[in-house]
Design a protein around this ligand. Structure first.
Ligand code: IMP
Length: 428
């Protein structure tokens, strides 16, 4: 019985995790975001209404679900209030939201530092979302961070901000950047604390209660495995680990508590920001995929880079995350293509390799080796079972299973909640 499911991105983010989370959340009691911040962007479509979530877990639309923003997150309060007010203005007023007292706070100087660090890297810039995520995690690690719970104590909050600015302001000054006033920030963030007070709690205890009562818990991933600071294409990664392995640490539960890990996988590959991307290609087909798949960043609006499906990175993601089932997203976007390619291994300096190399410069030189499959012309957007899929589309899914060694347990044929076919009964 799967009481706890982790939804994890297997590629470079934007795989459609929000949709599957929303789909599974209908049966969940608790939905948890455990890492990242408003660098993430989930688009959820409910009855033709589109919602973009950046910080708030996708269970927010269901008043019976507890939504948890756990200790591993970095939270920019301004962005959170904005998100809450957009939801409320669109009628989502009855919800349960809990924020960990241990989550880190994104401070205004983190945004400035993010911009500064990117500019210093020149053509090696990561292409961050400039939301201050990296500097917030840096301050966490160097113990200059401010936690959500700290916002409730004005005097100590001011002291902590002063201490952080003791090193940050001189750095900013050196590069002719705006410096910050600790008193003003403390006043502003203390007010935020008061506004957040009713949401703040020890979410690890809340989750323990949910586990003790065998409630159904969904851990919603942000970003993707290839953006993991440990196992991704470092240094072109985010500053936390978006893998299933990080979930226990980042939410305060035991590792044994996880029963299923669903790997969310786009039927092709996309990436925003810089960094190696072996199956990337640019021609009229990639342009078509970008338009049909609306491949523009939810958070930044940037056009996404497009590539064929890469099963080398999927095998990497499977191993790192312990994926128990794949969810293939945006399958309908490939309808109408004459041929579809799947990368099965790489050629690196004349050698065939089957794994993602640890060195990023090696990864840059990897050339994809493809298997090519005939496409399908039928519109599959109304398909409700595997059997209704055209034979070539079925074969494409079989090939994905063969090269990854994981069963496809869900596929998605359009943006609406109804256009999701689950071949396995999750949370039942
Ligand atoms: P940061 O997380 O803003 O520091 O950005 C680091 C890298 O991760 C950049 O390449 C971003 O484009 C990428 N990134 C961060 N969050 C997401 C996401 O939710 N989807 C896709 N890419 C992301």
């Amino acid at each position: 019985m799967d009481h706890t499911i982790v939804v994890v991105g297997t590629q470079w983010g934007d795989e459609g995790k929000g949709k599957i989370t929303d789909f599974l959340a209908r049966k969940a009691d608790v939905v948890v975001r455990s890492q990242g911040g408003n660098n993430a962007g989930h688009t959820i479509q409910i009855d033709k209404q589109k919602f973009a979530l950046h910080l708030i877990p996708s269970g927010i639309f269901n008043p019976n679900i507890k939504n948890v923003m756990a200790n591993g997150m970095v939270i920019y309060p301004k962005a959170l209030f904005e998100e809450i007010s957009i939801l409320e203005s669109r009628g989502i007023t009855n919800y349960q939201l809990y924020i960990s007292d241990r989550a880190q706070v994104v401070m205004p100087y983190h945004l400035e530092l993010d911009d500064l660090m990117e500019s210093l890297k020149g053509d090696q810039a990561v292409g961050t979302t400039k939301k201050g995520i990296g500097p917030a995690y840096t301050d966490k690690a160097s113990r200059f961070g401010i936690r959500i719970g700290d916002l409730l104590y004005k005097e100590s909050l001011l002291e902590s901000i002063k201490m952080a600015l003791n090193y940050i302001n001189p750095v900013l000054k050196t590069f002719n950047r705006e410096t910050f006033n600790a008193d003003l920030i403390a006043d502003e963030y203390f007010e935020y604390g008061l506004k957040l007070k009713s949401y703040i709690t020890d979410t690890s205890l809340l989750l323990q209660d949910a586990l003790d009562y065998h409630q159904k818990i969904l851990f919603e991933g942000a970003q993707g495995t290839m953006l993991c600071i440990e196992h991704g294409t470092y240094p072109f990664v985010t500053s936390s680990s978006p893998t299933a392995a990080s979930v226990p640490l980042a939410s305060g539960i035991a590792p044994q508590a996880i029963s299923e890990v669903i790997g969310i996988t786009k039927a092709y590959t996309t990436r925003v920001g810089g960094g190696a991307f072996p199956t990337e290609f640019e021609d009229e087909i990639s342009a078509l995929i970008r338009e049909v798949g609306h491949e523009y960043g939810t958070t930044t609006g940037r056009p996404r880079r497009i590539g064929w499906l890469d099963t080398v990175i999927l095998r990497h993601a499977r191993r790192i995350n312990g994926i128990t089932g794949l969810s293939i997203m945006l399958l309908d976007v490939l309808s109408g293509l004459k041929q579809i390619k799947i990368c099965i291994s790489y050629e690196l300096d004349g050698r065939i390799i089957h794994n993602v190399p640890g060195n990023y410069r090696d990864f840059l030189r990897c050339k994809p080796i493809y298997s090519t499959y005939p496409g399908w012309s039928e519109d599959i957007s109304n398909v409700t079972s595997f059997e209704e899929l055209p034979k070539n589309c079925q074969n494409y899914l079989f090939a994905i299973e063969e090269f990854t060694g994981v069963k496809v347990t869900i596929f998605s044929v359009g943006p609406d909640r109804k256009q999701t076919v689950s071949l396995k009964r999750y949370f039942e």
